[in-house]
Write a protein that binds this ligand. Structure first.
Ligand SMILES: Nc1ncnc2c1ncn2[C@@H]1O[C@H](COP(=O)(O)OP(=O)(O)OP(=O)(O)O)[C@@H](O)[C@H]1O
Ligand SMILES: [Mg+2]
Length: 153
């Protein structure tokens, strides 16, 4: 899929949430994002948050690593948990974040720099209570991004 603007990237992300929101009753939606610095991972996160009705400003958690926002849609109450693994230097450091503790039906998890962890990705991909979106963003030219989306239900 090609996005030609920040807005379109947000709409692509929001569209995925809208398409899969019914799954939240029984499952956790997990977005794993890969892409260079400035490719648009946080912009994508904003689109996810908008579709969940979250009004707070979403920015790269970089220094905090993890930020959490509560939301309610379709009578489901959940948390949007946003991680940025950019500063993580080992799988061990990632393990200590206990990301899997946030895997609960109704929750939406988004992980920037998902390539920093293969152990966790293996686990979440095999988890039956998750829908996992593997998103790869690459810049083709100014304002244009190639967005590849894989879904494991
Ligand atoms: N089509 C597009 N989709 C997304 N962002 C775009 C697009 N075109 C231009 N941009 C710009 O690219 C930048 C993307 O920044 P963003 O913070 O989302 O990147 P990031 O991948 O999260 O980077 P980091 O690895 O530093 O967290 C923004 O300034 C945004 O306005
Ligand atoms: Mg970011």
């Amino acid at each position: 899929m090609i996005s030609d603007s920040e807005k379109q990237t947000r709409l692509i992300a929001a569209g995925l949430v809208k398409k899969y929101r019914r799954e939240l009753k029984a499952k956790c939606l997990i977005f794993t994002l890969r892409g260079d610095l400035g490719s648009g991972k946080t912009v994508f996160a904003k689109g996810v948050a908008e579709a969940l009705g979250i009004k707070k400003i979403i920015r790269s958690p970089s220094f905090i690593i993890q930020r959490e926002f509560s939301f309610g849609i379709d009578k489901v109450k959940g948390n949007f948990v946003h991680f940025d693994l950019w500063r993580m230097e080992s799988e061990e450091e990632v393990r200590k974040l206990k990301i899997e503790d946030s895997i609960k039906p109704g929750n939406v998890i988004l992980i920037e720099w998902a390539e920093k962890t293969s152990r966790l990705l293996k686990k979440i991909l095999s988890d039956k209570e998750t829908v996992v979106f593997t998103i790869k963003i690459s810049e083709t030219k100014e304002n244009f991004r190639k967005i590849r989306i894989l879904v494991k239900e």
